[in-house]
Design a protein around this ligand. Structure first.
Ligand SMILES: [Zn+2]
Length: 143
């Protein structure tokens, strides 16, 4: 019995290569949306505008510095104190909440073999990435 072949091509209009003028595809859900749309109506994906790609400190997108993280966590009620000598720029007092300190957080992009907990910024959220082993350890889950 010959294999059924469905080589019959529908007379579809030639598919355009790109999304077309004034349109773009959402990288999350592939929805075709207006080029100027900043938030995907399908999935809520946020497009970064050119002015948002770099923050004030000139860090690449996806990076977060520890100072920014500490500010956020201190705002949430965690015990963080950092005092800097105005003249030398030296940190003279650096108190980290032990609950956060024991996590051994690292800041920046996540390497392929992540062995610690990495904090990165996915505007407007902060994303925490860790290896499965680290997750089980932090979560206190044992097989
Ligand atoms: Zn989308």
């Amino acid at each position: 019995m010959p294999a059924k072949k469905t080589t019959k091509k529908a007379a579809a209009p030639a598919a355009p290569k790109g999304p077309g003028l004034g349109k773009k595809f959402c990288p999350e859900c592939s929805a075709l949306i207006g080029a100027r749309t900043t938030t995907c109506p399908q999935c809520g994906h946020e497009f970064m505008t050119k002015s948002k790609k770099k923050n004030d400190s000139g860090q690449p997108a996806g990076e977060i510095n520890e100072t920014a993280f500490i500010k956020v966590m201190a705002g949430r009620g965690f015990d963080f104190q950092r005092l800097r000598n105005e003249l030398t720029g030296e940190i003279v007092k650096d108190v980290k909440d032990p609950k956060i300190e024991k996590l051994g957080l690292r800041f920046g992009s996540v390497p392929k073999n992540a062995d610690a907990i990495y904090v990165t910024q996915t505007t407007p959220q902060i994303q925490v990435s860790m290896s499965l082993d680290k997750f089980l350890e932090v979560a206190g889950i044992k097989p």
